[in-house]
Ligand binder design. Sequence first.
Ligand code: ZN
Length: 336
Amino acid sequence: MIDRYSRQALFPGIGKEGQKKLGNSSVAIIGCGALGTVIATSLVRAGVGKVKIIDRDFIEYHNLQRQVLFDEEDIRNGLPKAIAAERHLKRVNSSVEVEGVVADVNYTNIERLVGNADIILDGLDNFETRFLINDVSLKHKIPWVYGGAISSSGMTMNIIPGKTPCFRCLSSNLTRRGTILTCDTAGVISPAPFIIGSLESVEAMKILVGAKEISCQLVVIDVWKGSFHHFEISPRQDCPACQGKYEFLEGKFGVRTTSLCGQNAVQVLNPGVGELSFKELAARLKVVGEVTYNEFMLNFAIDSQEMVIFPDGRAIVRNTTDESLARGLYAKYVGA
Ligand SMILES: [Zn+2]
């Protein structure tokens, strides 16, 4: 085993001691798209003892452009991402305990799913679940690494309970709700998530070995422009999460779904969203599907899926009774 990690242990930041610490560590990766596959690959190859990969989706052809762990055979076999990732990574490093979990992470199951992980890595494509990770992190004092990538850009930041501002502190500056871009509407080129996923991996390694060089700045990159910036983030004085109010974990906010009996449709509620701008949403969605709207509702159709969206963020997803699928489509196209 020493031989397998000899080059990594030669690096002074890790060393033999650090290698041992990695081997005794456990990580939870939530979301296994472009970011998640890069992070999982790095950490399993690096010899982290336990790697849990949680994702709700199946693999589609348009994922292969950037999701490095998957191939065409996985699609032919109809494998969920978490299972395909587990199978590939077990072949890479059989000494690591790799566990793929197919699940839609929400406030009822996230604490159980994260379990006693030493760190949580963000491979997500939606804000709602990040707020949940943030609550779990602060409540159980588990560090996490936020990361997101879209188009040619991305950002990442370490969130260490008690030491750094949290994700709610950060996000009050980042987003205007209801106008969040998603990969399915804005597109993405692979080097953006590759770099952000790599930065998340190295921060995870540093936190796990107890390195001194742990930054709490927000890193923002644009691979097309070749830019790389660091920003100091200040804690928010009135941040509920920092004051021990875990509102997302209590299920107070966030997306909720209800299957509408006999209608073959699922209703999606998103109480935190505020007033949506149909004009902006329509401009994004018409790139990928058909959109019509008036002041009361917006109709969006893509492939066999149809969605009706209301100004308060509520949506009806038609032609399905699968609540998890409806949440996924909502996160993809409206942004949660
Ligand atoms: Zn905070």
